[in-house]
Design a protein around this ligand. Structure first.
Ligand SMILES: [Mn+2]
Length: 401
């Protein structure tokens, strides 16, 4: 039966579309799709931060030439625009020259230019520079999440830790000191590596400032838990040492994406002995991303008070991340791992490291771009879920230097 056309819909000379013709259209409500909801959500986000940045840019960079129509453009580029100009901090966040000021921000990016822990390709000492450079491509706004980091949180770049290339132990102590300083300040520490050997000193930096227990969610193709490699604490060893810390348990270590032909058997033996939690790409594909996130969170948070995320870019299929130390095919696809990362960071984390970006081996900055994406995705998820800053509750032993 045909519904009568609503009164007033008919206009002279315009016949209503015949019912049969309408059935040929797909039966979904376009305005119920995420695409349109995101369009609407953008309208609810403040632009105050952006206006303040434009005003600041004019003050710092001088008003632009008279010929310009857009009076918000300064003479010297300051802030986000244009994306190809400027001295790049991460996401063009303010550079905190005096690291004592780091606690004025919700989150702080810390570069850890260090590749003395590599056992094959080096180059990750240039990781922080590579990631910062391509991060200039990004805006602080994410479409699907409907968040704008500039409007909804404060981010700074604390620069790099002074590492000592010839010496792992001196570098580890420098890294721990830097991370514990940032963690003590209340800013969320976000580390850009560097090879994966930095996982131990980074976790130690956070574990040192709390009596609470910390779980770890680790994205990787490699298990990274053997005691030593080539007689040193190389990038294959961080979780052996991190889970020796009194408040970091191996049973709270969740290792996602492990597999392939590059997993040293020493590491597997240690994982078995300590009872870590390992999911392969096949496991994850079988149970799905939502279930994987649920399991990862349950295990990492079991009797723990905070969770740290370690993201090795080589967890992604090497076709997408050529610029890395030990490339391996068969890993995560970018969109699935980004989704998974968003899910596991949603309840809030106490720190994030993105490691193994080696710009000398990269192509068109795509590996560095992926690392950038990992950081903004984690921040975006926490902002969207209102969990950024939750980690401050665990800091009960702040350090001062
Ligand atoms: Mn790895």
């Amino acid at each position: 039966m045909r519904d009568a056309p609503a009164k007033g819909h008919r206009r002279a000379g315009v016949a209503p579309a015949p019912e049969r013709a309408r059935r040929h259209h797909p039966n979904f409500a376009i305005k119920e799709m995420q695409g349109w909801k995101a369009v609407e959500k953008e309208g609810t986000i403040s632009e105050d931060g952006w206006r303040a940045e434009q005003k600041w840019a004019l003050e710092m960079g001088l008003p632009g030439a008279d010929i310009l129509t857009d009076k918000s453009i300064p003479t010297f580029a300051r802030g986000e625009l244009p994306h190809f100009a400027g001295i790049n901090t991460f996401l063009k966040a303010p550079y905190v020259e005096n690291v004592r000021d780091v606690g004025k921000y919700d989150a702080a990016v810390v570069g850890i230019p260090f590749d003395s822990g590599t056992t094959y390709r080096p180059g990750t000492r240039f990781g922080p520079q590579g990631v910062r450079r391509i991060s200039a491509l990004y805006t602080p706004y994410n479409y699907e999440l409907g968040v704008d980091l500039r409007e909804q949180m404060t981010l700074c770049d604390a620069g790099d830790v002074f590492t000592i290339p010839a010496n792992l132990e001196k570098s580890f102590d420098q890294i721990t000191r830097g991370v514990s300083h940032v963690a003590s300040s209340g800013a969320l520490p976000i580390m850009i590596g560097g090879d994966h050997s930095i996982g131990f000193p980074c976790v130690r930096g956070i574990a040192d400032v709390t009596s609470k227990r910390i779980g770890i969610i680790h994205f990787d193709r490699h298990i990274d838990i053997q005691e030593k490699d080539l007689d040193e604490r190389m990038h294959t060893t961080p979780w052996y040492w991190a889970t020796n810390l009194p408040n970091v348990s191996a049973t709270n270590l969740v290792q996602l994406g492990i597999g392939g032909w590059q997993v040293p058997r020493y590491g597997v033996q240690e994982a078995r002995k300590r009872g870590t939690n390992v999911l392969t790409i096949d496991d994850i594909e079988k149970i799905g991303l939502e279930k994987t996130a649920e399991i990862a969170l349950e295990l990492a948070w079991k009797d723990a008070d905070a969770v740290y995320v370690s993201f090795d870019v080589d967890s992604v299929d090497c076709g997408f991340v050529p610029g890395t130390g030990w490339p391996e095919p068969g890993g995560f696809l970018p969109r699935e791992v980004l989704k998974l990362l968003g899910l596991v960071t949603a309840p809030g984390i106490c720190g994030l490291e993105v490691v193994e970006v080696s710009p000398p081996y990269d192509t068109s900055d795509i590996t560095a771009l992926f690392a950038t994406r990992v950081i903004v995705e984690a921040l975006g998820s926490m902002v969207a879920h209102g969990t950024l800053g939750k980690h401050k509750a665990i800091i009960d032993k702040p350090v001062t230097f």
